[in-house]
Design a protein around this ligand. Structure first.
Ligand code: SAM
Length: 287
């Protein structure tokens, strides 16, 4: 059967045939709109030479469209009940492969090395389970995987946070860490009606183009993370208060103020006004 999976009719047929019931705890909201799918797939800029990792294929709505554009698709699915369904729905696409497991527990670097030997590049494309969006994205970025880009459907608020610029309300630790590794842009905002069942939140398609090297030079990524996380720990507090409470400790206040002075950064500023370059300057002075 090579009819598109992502229509209300075919999706209902498949769900019924297998008596499938959605698990809310696994963030199961399946796509039933071909327009949105073509926007997601288009944003990934795929060719037959390229490979794709999909996280959470569901019944294969996106997997199918990816398989038509890319040379190889490896889809990681946690829910065992979906495996026989996927074996059926993806049978017309021999270069789509399903791996059973939790992406957060998986060695994705080895997976890329072992399964994409013939592809010129690898992208991650997914309609992510919303309960673990940030954890999945941070894993993909922090592990420095050899990815060309990441195109994901996520909660609108999270997409806005990731792509936010300094001085805006949405700007936070997630913006800084994601933009350290990638250029972020929102491809499109998505209405609830494209999913079954419909989620309670608005969604957006976010694209992360992975940088050749991080946006700013840091001596230690670990220290950079610690500075960023500490600086945003309490949004209403000043930078110096946050750094003192969450990184230096009260007894090292003088040392911390001297360091900020050397960095040329006003201790009364808030973390949300600092650029990536300023966070890098601070963290490079702490080592
Ligand atoms: N790609 C399908 C679509 O667009 O119709 C389904 C998307 S649904 C939002 C998220 C999928 O991720 C579900 O199939 C769910 O079972 C799976 N999932 C949830 N947590 C996961 C995890 N930790 N690792 C891998 N897959 C997961």
């Amino acid at each position: 059967d090579t009819r598109d999976i992502a229509t209300p009719k075919r999706t209902k047929e498949i769900l019924q045939k297998y008596g499938f019931s959605f698990k809310k705890s696994l963030g199961q909201n399946f796509l039933i709109d071909l327009n949105i799918l073509s926007k997601i797939v288009g944003a990934a800029e795929l060719t037959k030479e390229k490979g794709v990792i999909e996280i959470g294929p569901g019944i294969g709505a996106l997997t199918e469209q990816l398989s038509r554009q890319a040379g190889k698709v490896v889809a990681i699915e946690i829910d065992q009940r979906l495996l026989p369904i996927l074996a059926d729905t993806l049978s017309p696409y021999p270069h789509a492969e399903v791996v059973h497991g939790d992406v957060l527990e998986m060695d994705v670097a080895s997976l890329i090395q072992e399964r994409f030997t013939e592809q010129s590049s690898v992208s991650v494309v997914a309609n992510l389970p919303y309960y673990v969006t940030s954890a999945i994205l941070m894993k993909l970025l922090e592990e420095r995987l050899p990815l060309e880009n990441i195109v994901v459907m996520i909660q609108k608020e999270v997409a806005e946070r990731i792509s936010a610029t300094p001085g805006t309300k949405a700007y936070g630790a997630l913006s800084v860490l994601a933009q350290f590794y990638a250029e972020a842009d929102i491809v499109t905002i998505v209405p609830h009606t494209v999913f079954i069942p419909q989620p309670n939140v608005d969604s957006a398609v976010l694209r992360l183009r992975i940088r050749q090297k991080p946006a700013v030079e840091v001596k230690s990524e670990k220290m950079f993370y610690r500075v960023v996380k500490a600086s945003f720990a309490q949004r209403r507090k000043t930078l110096s208060n946050n750094l003192m409470n969450n990184l230096f400790g009260k007894d090292r206040k003088e040392e911390m103020l001297a360091m900020l002075e050397e960095a040329g950064i006003d201790p009364a500023r808030r973390g949300e006004t600092l650029s990536l370059e300023e966070f890098a300057r601070i963290s490079n002075l702490i080592l």
